[in-house]
Design a protein around this ligand. Structure first.
Ligand SMILES: Cc1cc2nc3c(=O)[nH]c(=O)nc-3n(C[C@H](O)[C@H](O)[C@H](O)COP(=O)(O)O)c2cc1C
Length: 190
């Protein structure tokens, strides 16, 4: 005999089934999220700004390299250019993250004398074998950079998933900046 009580419990069971079906749909397997490490060196903040923006948009862990050589002041500016031009390495402060634990390591450097900074050169030399996939961006005064893309790729020993230049134009014009960072993120998340 169907009583009011049994109708209520049948309706309850049906509702629970429907809820678990909805739950199952929500929990459908998601594609694995790439684990990304964003490593950068910045002397005056431009590269730091883009690196922090990249990390906040992609959920990357972020590693700021510290060059233990004094790089402040006019004379040090000159020495910095000379060190980069001569492909010098430097002493780095301690780092926090192991690049081998990441699917992708994005490395960013300011351009100094057409090339990478000693801090980034030192990091890549120490960790290139531990890096599975790499991508680069550089910040610079000029958009015309002939040497540094090849220089970074050769030192890392692998073709980058993406490469971007943030020159004065990208760093000062919001629309151009947005276009550049979105296109870079799309290329590295492919
Ligand atoms: C020593 C030195 C050398 C530089 N050489 C170049 C260069 O060859 N080409 C260029 O476009 N910009 C050059 N720049 C400009 C920087 O690449 C640019 O300002 C960069 O965005 C600075 O990044 P940061 O603020 O993260 O330190 C140089 C800057 C310094 C300090």
């Amino acid at each position: 005999m169907i009583t009011g009580r049994s109708v209520l419990s049948l309706t309850g069971a049906a509702l629970m089934c429907a809820a678990s079906a909805v739950g199952a749909a929500v929990q459908a397997p998601q594609p694995e999220k790439k684990k990304i490490l964003m490593v950068y060196y910045s002397r005056t903040g431009n590269t730091k700004r883009v690196a922090e923006d990249f990390a906040s948009r992609t959920g990357a862990d972020i590693e700021a390299l510290t060059d233990l050589k004094n790089r402040a002041g006019l004379w040090q500016w000159f020495v910095a250019g000379k060190d980069a031009f001569r492909k010098h390495t430097t002493a780095l402060g301690p780092t926090k993250y192991a690049p081998a634990a990441y699917d992708l390591v994005v490395v960013a450097t300011p351009v100094w004398a057409g090339d990478m900074t000693p801090a980034v050169r030192t990091y890549l030399m120490a960790h290139k074998n531990a890096i599975k996939n790499v991508a680069f961006f550089v910040t610079a005064g000029s958009a015309k950079q002939e040497k540094i893309p090849g220089s970074l790729e050769t030192l890392a020993g692998k073709k980058p998933l993406g490469f971007a230049i943030f020159s004065k134009k990208e760093l000062t014009d919001t629309a151009i900046y947005e276009r550049t960072i979105i296109s870079f993120i799309n290329s590295v998340l492919r």
